[in-house]
Design a protein around this ligand. Sequence first.
Ligand code: ZN
Length: 139
Amino acid sequence: MKISHIEHLGIAVPSIEEALPFFENVLGFKCYNIEEVADQKVKTAFLKVGEVKLELLEPTCPESTIATFIEKNGGRGGMHHLAFCVEDGVAEALAEVDAKGIRLIDKAPRKGAEGLNIAFLHPKSTMSVLTELCENPNK
Ligand code: ZN
């Protein structure tokens, strides 16, 4: 597996609307896309920091894993996951890490925000850092 760069950092927030002024007005980043990912029960907002993106994740219903995460964090958001861009494809990368005994959340790639193919590795195998592998199929 060849990882080219950190694709994005995922930050859970109770409300994108309430979180954006910090990222835009204080840190000076620009939100360029807001998108709902129905499959994951989240609304996402993307900002660019150089080549790396920040992905703000707001739950769209109480059953969302992001809602559970925020609840565990005392109702506040927090650093949620780290996403790496793999050059040779998510399916291949999953097969490789699976063969190395890494626990997977996703056995196969699925569609994430921005049309990326994504898959999550289990925090039990990744130093407790929820880790996402992704690739841009349109590249
Ligand atoms: Zn992500």
